[in-house]
Design a protein around this ligand. Sequence first.
Ligand SMILES: *Cc1c(COP(=O)(O)O)cnc(C)c1O
Length: 390
Amino acid sequence: MKQDTVVVSAGRDPHANHGVVNPPVYHASTITFPTVAAIEEAAKHRYDSGQTFYGRYGTPTTFAFEEAVAALEGGHRSVSVGSGKAAIVAALTAFLDTGDHLLMVDSVYGPTRAFCHKFLKRYGVETTFYDPLIGAGIADLIRPQTKVVFTESPGSQTFEIQDIPAIAEVAHKAGCTVIMDNTWASPLYFKPFDHGVDVSIQAATKYIVGHSDVMMGVVTTTDAVHDKVRAAAFELGAPSGPDDVYLAQRGLRTLSVRLERHMKNGMAIADWLQARPEVERVLHPALPGDPGHALWKRDFLGACGLFGAILKPTPKKAVAAMLDDMNLFAMGYSWGGYESLMVPTDPGPLRTATKWQTDGPCLRLHVGLEDVEDLIADLDAGFQRLNGAR
Ligand SMILES: *Cc1c(COP(=O)(O)O)cnc(C)c1O
């Protein structure tokens, strides 16, 4: 089946639920068993996806959502957890022990970086951050103790595209597991398992939920490593709640049409910004002039509405004059909902392996589903305030 059909039908079985279109919400902590034989049998399969044993292992609502995401990402199975960050923690801790070494991309999402230098360090796992543009050169950084190569493409805030197939090939030769944070592309616009990824992470909070009202994460894996990741997610003890899972599977059904519009609006705004005299550079891999464009075109099936912009040198108070009074672009961090957002960013201090230096301030935009002419009018008025406050 084609992708748009899978978006609509995966993980649903109306006739198993009185003909009701969406899977029912099961609220459960206790699962009961009729006999000793049944309880013993269920205990044997408690880690299996689709088996109910105890609320923390998931309910049929959870399993329906996981089935749909696995089908879309093209992986074997998925496991859902209480946030995108919990998905990252489950994926990393599934493969790393004391004494192991982790290769982490330097443009990674900030809270992922924090998990490495705070938590993992305490448990004796060493992290080396690497240049997002390293490609097959990652071979030089792999040690006998290296267990995981973690990727995120495009990079958080700076939007570099990584050569995932080249990295995966080298990593696999050295016996490493390749994890990717695939949140930007969503399960629709990058197919991690076609490019050598073993474990794919989605902050479902973003586009899968799509309405800025639920925190959730989901980890999808190959057959070979699924049990490890499911066990790690279980050890974390932070499952997604039934109402949240329900909203996530509901959001998923419109993901394809929403993303198409996010991409169209985002490209239009990116083009418009590029022509503005106040803008030094737009960071958007779908723009033909972007350094990551060739790789994006080779590997991705689309772009979402999230990208960056570097302004020419501008005083902070002028940037604030723009941002403080925006009408449609709200200031907020968690993106992927239907509404537009714009926040100031400062990627430089986060880097350790590479330098990120700009003369002017950086912005991150999430372009929502509003009419693009209204969004441009809002930005235009913002630039007038910015110029007036210089
Ligand atoms: C938001 C985000 C996360 C974390 O998701 P939460 O649900 O907010 O914990 C992880 N990775 C990326 C790339 C994100 O943008």
